[in-house]
Design a protein around this ligand. Sequence first.
Ligand code: SAH
Length: 410
Amino acid sequence: MNHYPRVYLKPGREAAIERRHPWVFSGSIARVEGTPTSGALVALHGAEGAFLAWGHYSAASQIRLRLLSWSAAEDPDAPEFWRARLLRAIAGRAPLLADSRTTACRLVNAESDGLPGLIVDRYGDAVVLQALAAGIDARRELLRDLLVELLHPQTLYERSDVDIRQHENLDSKVGLLYGAEPPERVQISENGLQFLVDVRRGHKTGFYLDQRDNRRLLGERIAALVQTGRHPDLLNVFAYTGGFTLYALAYGGKMMGGVTNIDVSTDVLEQSRANLRLNGFETERVTNISGDAFQVLRTLRQQGRSFDVIVLDPPKFAFTQKDIQKAARGYKDINLQALHLLRAGGYLFTFSCSGAISADLLQKIVFGAALDAEREVQITGWMTQAEDHPVALTFPEGSYLKGLICHVTA
Ligand code: SAH
């Protein structure tokens, strides 16, 4: 242990570390012994000198250390350490991996899987790695070898092109790590529905895997509305490649009314068409509107349109605590517009994927929107990220996706 650089905390900063929070901010650090490079393994010590944990150093980031292990006896630079952690994460997905109707899932969810800064997603025979932090970036080759050994993918592709890498002073890295170049579109199955995923250029690593269970909930709600004799129609706002749309069509069957997708990107709407065809759905039942949702929702209202079900799944509005107020105004606006557009008896599936917006705050925002829209609204369900995106109890920051199912009664 002696040859590793040592980082010493300021007095009184041990409590969070003893509760096993995986981050050490630069402001908590008293001094550094040795000259760790970014990504290097370092030993964290308390102000009194006692060993506390092992972590990866990041010279540029405010998150100066990401902690890996609280055991002095463990060697987090050994390949066996990484193999064991990866195996543990993959074993946690065993039920999903055994489900032949679903061939895409997150295998490694960073801090919450004890692998800070590492995302690994599986899309059929293709595996995508995303390095969010310097410690992972420095171990890409080891991780490549281990993932090939453990998963035998046809393709291992890197999508380390997220903005937050800038905080770590890391450039974007995109490309093949192992095997064959991925096809233009990888075909996956999710709960028996087929999707084409662009792992090279798609959002995140290609698909919003975190919404899998919520897409099914939407489908089940549509099916329940059909049971009552309705022909429910759907407005899918921030539609991406049509995830919620496909579930609505599958669960609504012949009784499903029309679907309207809104997205600012014509590209993703084009891909949603391909997904419809792939599943044998009639594309005439779906209208695509490309444009800014804030504007399009207003236009639909001016046109006197109304819907039975609306999904609002916007991109992240709040990146830090500082953005909360502005983000809250954005969330309130789209929820207000959506509540105006819903028929009595309709349902709103509304989401926030901003870590800084709590479930409680989202509920308050929707409450404010309901008051302004003069609608009576009850919550019939709370939603979160799918089980392959777990949240370690030591890392509540890992809980980012929140959603409410709202029943508009009048
Ligand atoms: N519900 C989707 C994921 C939505 S991701 C699914 O289940 O797969 C958010 C989407 O919002 C992206 O496709 C992005 O292109 C789109 N978007 C971002 N800003 C927008 C805006 N101002 N107006 C309309 N769409 C927007």
